[in-house]
Unconditional design. Structure first.
Length: 316
């Protein structure tokens, strides 16, 4: 049967429109969304100019307790894929899933990385997987592997670029691990007790040979309760660490309260859940880890003062 000319014209026009839309989708920037600034930095390094990356939780904000704002919803509505950490770091990820389209991948990097987890060491969630895997740069390298794979799946035309950038970044993160091991080697074994507000340095401690504890286990629980303070005061009275540390995204008031009780020195900030502003000490992930290493080396190194006193250190 011969197709009527009018119908044939309509079908040809529809095919042309479909091909045009597909070409436009391939030419338009891939849009990736990340849940906090550290993931944002890793994804941007892999994405290069082949994707636009938006981050929901701004630098300096607390990722555990973030509440989505209008600009976040706008970014999510345009997203082609979303990267988050997982292991209950982002308590609000359900709202993200409800906002994006059903066909938008929402990717849990820590979980998909396959990197071995460590348990939360204290508090209400003790024993659950600690979510801060990225604090071991070797784990962050596995995040990068997943990032490169998922970006390549979303935009096959740029797959070689994503793979090349991802491979280079993974190697640099393994090199960074070796560099920081060497830079902190001067800290004596008997001074390698790292006590912070949130016990978020489990993977960092494992990677760089520290013993670690915190006033509370995770910022997802109540912070600075009397029982938490009493427990850490007892530990400090027994072990007498060189100092205790506070982190950039939370108040130092609980650390200062412990210091008042125990007469231990305090130092900070350490960075864990966020980068700093671009002009700060930790504008990118590698700078974050290097800043922490310098502060720890200066504070916990030999007590004769040979290491110097770090910026941000506060003697009690």
């Amino acid at each position: 049967m011969i197709m009527p000319i009018r119908l044939r014209q309509i079908l040809l026009a529809a095919c042309a429109l479909s091909l045009s839309m597909a070409a436009h989708a391939e030419d338009s920037p891939l849009r990736a969304v990340t849940t906090f600034s550290i993931l944002g930095d890793l994804v941007k390094q892999v994405a290069g100019d082949d994707a636009k990356v938006d981050t929901l939780t701004p630098a300096g904000a607390e990722v555990h307790e973030w509440e989505l704002i209008p600009s976040n919803f706008m970014a999510l509505e345009d997203a082609d894929l979303v990267f988050f950490n997982g292991y209950n770091l982002e308590q609000w990820i359900g709202q993200v899933r409800a906002t994006v389209g059903s066909d938008v991948p929402v990717i849990a990097l820590a979980e998909e990385s396959g990197y071995a987890t460590q348990p939360i060491v204290t508090g209400e969630l003790a024993g659950d997987p600690d979510p801060h895997l990225w604090m071991d740069p070797r784990a962050a390298a596995e995040y990068v592997r997943v990032i490169a794979e998922r970006l390549a799946e979303a935009r096959p035309a740029a797959a070689e670029n994503f793979t090349a950038r991802g491979d280079a970044l993974r190697q640099s993160l393994h090199d960074l691990h070796a560099e920081l091991l060497e830079s902190m080697a001067t800290i004596p074994d008997d001074r390698r007790l790292l006590i912070t507000s949130e016990a978020a340095f489990i993977y960092f401690a494992d990677a760089f040979d520290f013993e670690h504890d915190g006033i509370w286990g995770t910022n997802s629980e109540n912070e600075g309760t009397p029982n938490q303070i009493m427990r850490i005061v007892d530990l400090i009275e027994t072990r007498r660490p060189a100092a205790i540390f506070w982190e950039s995204t939370i108040s130092d008031r609980h650390v200062r309260s412990v210091a008042d009780e125990t007469e231990v020195d305090i130092a900070g900030p350490l960075f864990v859940d966020s980068l700093s502003e671009p002009d700060g000490e930790a504008p990118d992930f590698a700078s974050l880890l290097r800043h922490n290493a310098r502060l720890l080396t200066a504070t916990l190194g030999e007590p004769d003062g040979a290491s110097g006193e770090p910026d941000g250190t506060s003697d009690h």
